[in-house]
Ligand binder design. Structure first.
Ligand SMILES: Nc1ncnc2c1ncn2[C@@H]1O[C@H](COP(=O)(O)OP(=O)(O)OP(=O)(O)O)[C@@H](O)[C@H]1O
Ligand SMILES: C[C@@](O)(CCOP(=O)(O)OP(=O)(O)O)CC(=O)O
Length: 372
């Protein structure tokens, strides 16, 4: 049995947002959510776990800095995986008894609203499952115990987190709706407005919304079930315009609930709102929906768009949100793309310079994998 394993896991960005728990301890959500898994070629967590009889204590190093291993979320994931391995006798009892050292890195900003907790915990749980020989078993329920959204990063493509109804959360799992290969044309531009640590984390923000927002009840009962149904169909039909409309409406509703929370959680800023306006103006003038935005618990925009519009949308954003470094590789990260220097956007009045820090270009991708 190999005592060390290295894996990578993807980020996912929800198009129907998870916001609110019915059980804080077990991380059980009040509504289903649905996300797109992003390519690990551009954004990923990479985690190495080593188990060794000589280790005296468990350790975790995150982005080169030692963190507290005895954090409830990490401990829970490790205990649950070990329990499952013991039950299914997938590895030796000796291996399970060894202490472990975890070394993890994100190749993008941590805790900045770019879903690092999702890729981070999916990576941790997937690596543990590989180490202890749990190859084909369901592990999204364990990733969920690290961070709710992490359960969706266990699968590639288009993924639904079914909220489940059982009290013990056994049926609160992620399910793949379609693999990345179903709609590889779906590309993503992440417009990074701010990549520093956010003020109100998702965990405390959503707890406050459940306690104080009245709109959240309407969303959970009336809007989400209908939206999950419609967006699943849009994904199956590769109907971008329908996918885009539902995605933007759900992002707007999620942030409306954040404002309806008391005291309010304000995640979007003026630049985020400018991006929303630019997207609507652009789609209207182009005569079709070419691009959709969604915002998580932070000011950064995640844009979904068909591959054929990437160049044009980038040229558009270079015009309306100009940056002094926009021709440098530091500014346009991820999958390389040539931007045509187009001039026909002069009808749009640009926002102030350097409002965007950088842009990441990526696309829909696969789930976690082992690194040789
Ligand atoms: N690679 C990793 N391995 C293990 N844990 C990680 C990793 N990356 C991030 N985390 C955990 O996730 C936390 C960040 O989660 P947080 O929800 O604050 O931010 P985020 O995931 O970037 O944003 P959001 O979930 O709102 O999109 C980190 O403080 C750390 O505890
Ligand atoms: C806005 C979101 O990104 C919220 C993510 O919340 P987390 O999964 O980070 O919260 P915890 O379960 O408390 O760890 C929406 C989403 O990803 O669905």
């Amino acid at each position: 049995m190999q005592n060390s394993v290295t894996v990578i896991a993807p980020v996912n960005i929800a198009v129907i947002k998870y916001w609110g728990k019915r059980n804080e301890q077990l991380i059980l959500p009040i509504n289903d959510s649905l996300s797109v898994t992003l390519s690990t070629a551009d954004l990923c967590s990479k985690t190495t776990i080593t188990a060794d009889p000589s280790y005296e204590e468990n350790k975790i190093v995150l982005n080169g800095k030692e963190e507290n291993f005895d954090n409830e979320r990490i401990t829970r994931c490790v205990e649950m995986i070990k329990h499952r391995a013991l039950e299914s006798e997938s590895c030796s009892k000796e291996l399970l008894a060894y202490k472990i050292h975890v070394d993890s890195e994100n190749n993008f900003p941590t805790a900045a609203g770019l879903a690092s907790s999702a890729s981070g915990y999916a990576c941790l749980v997937y690596a543990l499952a590989q180490l202890y020989g749990l190859k084909k078993q369901e592990i999204s329920d364990i990733a969920r115990m690290g961070s709710g959204s992490a359960c969706r990063s266990i699968y590639g493509g288009f993924v639904q987190w079914q909220k489940g109804v059982q009290l013990d959360g056994k049926d609160s799992i992620a399910v793949q709706i379609a693999p990345a290969s179903h709609w590889p044309d779906l590309h993503v531009l992440i417009l990074v407005v701010n990549d520093s640590k956010k003020k109100v984390g998702s965990t405390s923000g959503m707890a406050r919304s459940v306690l104080t927002s009245e709109l959240i009840k309407y969303r959970v009962e009336k809007c989400v079930p209908q939206r999950i149904h419609s967006i699943t169909q849009a994904i199956k039909d590769r109907d971008f315009s329908k996918f885009a409309e539902i995605t933007m409406k759900d992002s707007n509703q999620f942030h409306a609930i954040c404002l309806d929370t008391y005291p309010p959680c304000v995640y979007m800023n003026d630049v985020s709102h400018a991006i929303v306006n630019f997207v609507h103006e652009f789609n209207r003038n182009e005569g079709e929906t070419k691009v959709a935005y969604t915002f998580d618990a932070g000011p950064n925009a995640c844009l979904y768009l068909p591959e054929k519009y990437v160049k044009r949308v980038l040229a558009f954003f270079n015009h309306v949100l100009p940056n002094d470094n926009q021709n440098s590789v530091e500014y346009l990260r991820g999958t390389p793309v040539d931007i045509d220097e187009e001039t026909e956007f002069s009808q749009y009045t640009p926002y102030e310079r350097n409002a965007l820090k950088y842009i990441i270009h990526t696309k829909v991708g696969d789930g976690p994998s082992i690194v040789d």
